[in-house]
Write a new protein. Structure first.
Length: 130
């Protein structure tokens, strides 16, 4: 069984993680910071943006995979995954700002809603209610 939605979203997620890493490397190179955050606020925020992404994305991809394997996926699942990834891009740009921003808040809210929504779908499938 080929999980097209999961494969596509996992590939996009890997590229996004690479981009987040490049953003960190750019600051490291320009500021000559080899280890840690060098007490550089921009570097620290970018490192946290990537770490937060890595903390959440595996759960999203696992939920997408099991929902798709159950046969209960469809176009909505690909759209939900794409929205999640776009929200994570917004979150990364929001983390660049020193003050609270709609990008960061929106990215966080979409992340939480995606985790809860996909978890709810998975539970309903497990209970045979969907």
């Amino acid at each position: 069984m080929i999980l097209q939605t999961t494969l596509s979203l996992a590939a996009a997620a890997a590229v996004l993680n690479f981009w987040l890493g490049l953003r960190i490397a750019k600051v490291r190179m320009s500021e000559k910071i080899l280890h840690g955050d060098g007490e550089n606020a921009v570097l620290l925020r970018r490192m946290r943006a990537q770490a937060n992404y890595v903390e959440n994305t595996p759960f999203i991809l696992i939920l997408i995979a099991v929902i798709e394997m159950s046969g209960k996926g469809g176009q909505w699942l690909a759209i939900a995954g794409a929205i999640y990834l776009l929200a994570r891009i917004a979150h990364a740009f929001g983390m660049d700002l020193e003050k609270p921003s709609a990008l960061r808040a929106g990215g966080f809210i979409v992340t939480v809603l995606a985790l809860l929504g996909l978890s709810g779908v998975a539970v309903l499938i497990a209970l045979g209610r969907l």
